[in-house]
Design a protein around this ligand. Structure first.
Ligand SMILES: Nc1ncnc2c1ncn2[C@@H]1O[C@H](COP(=O)(O)OP(=O)(O)O)[C@@H](O)[C@H]1O
Ligand SMILES: [Mg+2]
Length: 520
């Protein structure tokens, strides 16, 4: 296919969900040989539009043309037949089957005539051609998330996809894996494929896309070549106003030690070693960022520190008290707050109103409690105040939290945890899934706590976030700390290598000594 030809044209696409206009007369066009980014905040309508293009949803209005022909897509199968395939955010692979079986799966050929070895050979060929390394005989459960993503892409290529849609593919990848994905995408576009990349990351758009279409609230704001814009311009289109790029981080002189972890060991839910002699310390006014690909011990670390998981050995001290294996309630008493990973599971009670959720931690103490009773008036005032301060979009304090959107759930947890004025704040993925506006306000709140002298343990997969907020950066890999770096000197490549398990050069043992010197 010649590069530059229009392969996809969507005209006047409208899609309504109950109470939401997800796509509002959208016009969208993509060409062969380009990576076309579809950029927008959460809820802008990106996934909906691409689910329509790949046959998962039917539009209420509008027309789709694929390679010049009007296409009526009744199912993903129809779209695949026309060369359009989509890799979703949540992979659709069968765990217990092999790579080859998954790739064959769902094809029209009856299983008994399948020649696996032939499939496997073909997969190996595609793997080589596009730099998608994965073993055809491996079982899906044995693969990392990055490898599973490669299987999804191979599956699409195997089925003859020429127009490939990727929905936020880098959310689950380490920096090196992102580079390798991008290399694959470049090979595909060089051969005339069309790639549509859904993302809300501006740097990614600038790095890989030739053109970008920005969506806001279900509408197209603009389609521009990336050579004619920059991150700031894109952000303005995406959010509809100027945003601060670098949250201003003030110099704060560190105070006393607030958290000390000494050779902490713990197991994960499967009974395997999840933390291996993890040591570090954080002082007042410091943020220690824990970088790493998910599943390398981050969750277990947060849980051990907050009393939710048993440490098999080692010590945790908060201030001058040892809290190793204390109950969560005891740890809270030491003025420790926790923003958990699972917002609805651990963080909030879905069916209770906002007012009850924000007092979950403080209800035993005055003014919220009056003797053994709760003080309804104070609680309502307290909740109302938090809703205003934290800009939580909700009709009133009686709204059950299950009705709130992701960003507002997160703000509700933050409101509760920060209003407790903790000495130590353990924040796990505090901005994951949030759009730029909400992300900005959450980051500001974390920095405010730091300025007020709190110690913050920030666990995040977003390296930009870690670098922007942290004073020190520790990288977790396989339950071990690969090293602790001064954030003002840390290089993103170095952190990326550590995230992949490479210890920094010139060190035989990981730097597990708590940071002590060199603070600005
Ligand atoms: N299956 C669905 N049912 C109801 N509402 C939906 C569904 N899918 C998406 N929406 C709503 O449509 C809007 C656009 O969502 P989506 O396309 O997922 O946005 P994006 O991918 O840009 O984050 C949001 O308000 C979302 O809540
Ligand atoms: Mg989406």
């Amino acid at each position: 296919m010649k590069s530059g030809l229009t392969t996809i044209e969507m005209q006047g696409i409208t899609k309504r969900f109950p109470g939401v206009l997800a796509n509002d007369s959208i016009d969208f066009e993509a060409r062969s040989g380009e990576v076309h980014a579809l950029l927008g905040e959460n809820g802008a309508g990106k996934s909906t539009l691409m689910n329509i293009l790949s046959g998962f949803y039917r539009p209420d209005e509008g027309a789709i043309f694929i390679e010049g022909e009007r296409a009526l897509l009744k199912s993903p199968r129809d779209a695949l037949k026309l060369g359009v395939g989509m890799v979703h955010q949540h992979f659709m692979l069968v765990d217990v089957q092999t790579v080859a079986e998954n790739i064959e799966l769902g094809r029209a050929t009856p299983r008994f005539v399948l020649k696996m070895s032939e499939t496997e050979r073909k997969i190996e060929g595609l793997s080589k051609e596009y730099g998608l390394q994965v073993h055809p005989k491996a079982h899906i459960w044995q693969l990392s998330v990055g490898e599973q993503q490669r299987v999804e892409i191979l599956k699409m290529l195997y089925r003859g996809t020429r127009i490939l849609i990727l929905d936020e593919p880098t959310a689950v990848l380490a920096p090196q894996e992102v580079e390798s994905l991008f290399a694959t995408l470049r090979r595909m576009t060089a051969e005339g494929h069309t790639i549509i990349l859904i993302t809300h990351k501006l740097d990614e758009v600038m790095a890989i896309a030739q053109r970008v279409t920005v969506l806001r609230k279900g509408r197209v704001i603009s389609t521009v070549p990336t050579s004619e814009t920059d991150q700031r311009g894109l952000a303005r289109m995406m959010v509809g106003r100027e945003i601060l790029f670098r949250v201003a981080k003030k110099a704060v002189a560190p105070g006393k030690e607030v958290l000390r972890a000494e050779k902490l060991c713990a197991m994960n839910d499967k009974g395997l070693d999840a933390l291996k002699e993890v040591s570090f310390s954080i002082r007042q006014g410091e943020i220690l960022g824990i970088a790493g690909v998910a599943g390398n011990g981050q969750r277990e670390l947060a849980e051990v520190i907050t009393g939710l998981r048993h440490a098999t050995s080692g010590r945790v001290c908060v201030g001058d008290k040892e809290t190793t294996n204390c109950s969560p309630w005891r740890v809270i008493k030491e003025k420790v707050s926790h923003i958990p990973e699972d917002r609805l599971g651990v963080g909030l009670v879905p069916n209770l109103p906002i007012s009850d959720n924000v007092i979950l931690k403080g209800y035993r103490d005055p003014p919220l409690a009056r003797g053994p009773f709760l003080n309804g008036r104070s609680i309502a005032d307290f909740a109302q105040n938090l809703i205003a301060t934290f800009d939580i979009a909700a009709p009133d304090t009686n709204t059950p939290v299950r009705l709130l959107s992701g960003g507002n759930l997160q703000k509700t947890i933050l409101a509760r945890e920060i209003s407790a004025e903790p000495d130590l704040l353990v924040a796990m993925h505090p901005t994951r899934g949030l759009d730029i506006g909400a992300t900005e306000s959450v980051r500001k709140m974390l920095l405010e706590r730091r300025e007020k002298g709190a110690a913050v343990l920030l666990i995040s997969e977003d390296l930009d976030e870690i670098i922007a907020l942290s004073d020190w950066i520790a990288v977790l890999f396989g339950g071990e700390i690969m090293g602790i770096l001064d954030s003002t000197k840390a290089q993103i490549e170095e952190i990326g290598l550590m995230m992949a398990g490479v210890k920094p050069a010139g060190e035989e043992t990981p730097a597990q000594t708590p940071p002590r010197e060199g603070v600005q």
